[in-house]
Design a protein around this ligand. Structure first.
Ligand code: XMP
Length: 499
């Protein structure tokens, strides 16, 4: 197994994904995981990260990892950290972003089989200018050292994990199989094996699972229904922050299960959010109230032994980064996870799967297409589509506008061709004219994005006629709104969602 240590880089989860795709068993750890905890792995990767090795709060691994005698591959920040740690010289250089040419000096070790010149992807500010003694240069890019080796320790300034580095797979394969001697896993999931494993683990006690109507929790619930049948109790908490008609649809859907616990907490949520406009506070209030409500609901279920969650592989990376380990916190992507103090054992049947695999599994389990193709919808719901304070009027306006937008995208055949789309409402009023009167109302923003991995996103080039239709409907049908914008920002520097 290869351990990937997360130094807060945007591409950390891609390293794991790449290795997984090469059938290498891999697990992610916080950058400061105690060396003893990973002493049994075959290889260690230090991810990239936004810090400079000279920053006072620069993230550091447990220095004992270097004594384990396990091969290490440092990428970007990891590369700089290792060089600096052993006495080399790292300096702030011109920021390089994008495609660069790599001059391979020695096609050995991780660079085995590479051509003298290769195209690679860079994203860094610091560079390694002088190597510690005993280290040898494997590749250069301009003046900076792009790859080095010392025994089984390697560093690469570029990112082999991104698609834009065509030789990336060869590099990772060299590291995993030749240097670390990792054993290939079959790499594909088996529905029957997952069902059998869950059935065996659960035994005789009951299982509760929070469902939201989203892909992950629905697929997890379907899997568990097959595994434990009547012992499964899906719980749905209506936060009042769901999209139009969603709660009714979820109720109808889960009524087919042997048990279904439905809790209407919409009033409590709105009340708790009153007067709060800070985005992180909003998320925290929702998270805590959700846990409280869920816990209460679960107490009505007899003999609960397990709490199941639809956590998937990439959630674990994002949560690791949001758990305070990342040095550059972008946004807390916390799903509504339940606190550790809970007495139930946690079941995460999808924890090893990526989104596309979850969809495949859902298909095999008979989960309806409409659910499997749903766009992502954040746990805090429409509360983060209302920028600033969530008031009943704004919530209503954004819910209606969002419904109209999605409805028109579906009718025009665009919905399935993008990653995610939604409407948001901004907390600033502007002047308009309605009938013979001046209006002073809020704007709606429409956002539709393409994204492969949520870390980067581009706006969808929707036809002007379609945007016009959506805007006319929103302005005609939604109260309190007098302008419609279309967001053409890319991520980065923007994010996908508003808060
Ligand atoms: P951002 O806005 O950071 O979003 O570009 C990236 C992806 O994450 C989703 N998102 C969330 N999902 N809980 C979630 O379950 C959250 O609090 C949350 N915030 C953003 C967003 O919809 C996009 O797919």
């Amino acid at each position: 197994m290869i351990a990937v240590l997360d130094f807060g880089g945007q591409y950390t989860h891609l390293i794991a994904r790449r290795l997984r795709d090469l059938h290498v068993p891999v697990r992610l750890f916080a950058h400061d995981v105690p060396a003893a905890e990973i002493a049994g792995v075959q290889g260690i990767v230090f991810s990239g990260g936004p810090s400079s090795v000279y920053a006072s709060n620069a993230p550091r691994p447990d220095s004992k990892v270097f004594d384990l005698g396990i091969p290490i591959l440092g990428l970007c920040y990891g590369h700089q950290f290792i060089a600096n740690h052993f006495g080399g010289k790292v300096e702030r250089a011109t920021r390089e972003y994008g495609e660069r040419e790599l001059d391979v000096v020695k096609a050995e070790g991780v660079l085995d089989g590479l051509h003298p010149k290769e195209k690679v992807w860079y994203s860094h500010g610091d560079s390694v200018l002088v190597l510690p003694s005993g280290f040898e240069v494997l590749a250069k890019s301009g003046d900076s050292i792009a790859a080095y080796a010392k025994g089984s320790i390697y560093g690469l300034q570029f990112h082999p994990e991104v698609h834009h580095t065509p030789c990336g797979n060869a590099v990772l394969q060299n590291f995993a199989f030749t240097i670390c001697k990792a054993k290939k896993t079959p790499g594909t999931f088996s529905k029957d094996a997952l069902i059998a494993e869950m059935r065996q683990r659960v035994g005789s006690q009951n299982v509760v699972i929070g469902v939201s109507g989203g892909v992950d929790s629905t697929v997890a619930a379907f899997l568990l229904r097959q595994a434990v049948g009547k012992k499964l109790f899906p719980i749905y908490v209506d936060t009042g922050l769901m999209r139009k008609n969603e709660t009714r649809e979820i109720q109808e859907f889960f009524n087919d299960f042997d048990h279904f616990v439905f809790v209407d907490a919409s009033k409590e949520f709105l009340y708790a959010l009153k007067g709060v406009s800070d985005p992180e506070k909003k998320r925290k209030i929702i998270g805590h109230l959700f846990v409280e409500t869920f816990e209460k609901a679960a107490q009505s279920v007899p003999d609960v032994g397990y709490l199941a969650q639809g956590t998937i592989f990439s959630d674990r990376v994002e949560s690791a980064a949001a758990g305070g380990k990342a040095t550059s916190k972008i946004k807390s992507h916390h799903n509504l996870t339940l606190p550790e103090k809970m007495k139930w054992k946690v079941l995460e049947p999808l924890a090893e799967l990526y989104k596309d695999e979850v969809r495949q599994l859902g298909k095999q389990l008979g989960v309806p297409e409409a659910i499997l193709k749903r766009h992502p919808f954040p746990g805090p719901g429409l509360a983060i589509n209302v920028v600033g304070e969530v008031t009943p009027d704004k919530l209503h306006a954004v819910r209606e506008a969002d419904y109209i937008f999605i409805d028109e995208l579906r009718k025009a055949g665009w919905y399935d061709r993008m990653f995610e789309a939604f409407a948001a409402i901004l907390p600033v009023r502007t002047v308009g004219v309605k009938g013979d009167e001046r209006s002073y109302e809020y704007p709606i923003v429409l956002r539709a994005v393409e994204s492969k991995d949520v870390m980067t996103a581009d706006w969808v080039r929707l036809p002007p006629e379609l945007l016009q239709k959506v805007a006319s409907r929103i302005l005609g049908e939604v109260e309190g709104v007098n302008r419609v914008f279309y967001d053409i920002s890319q991520k980065p520097p923007a994010t996908i969602r508003y808060e």
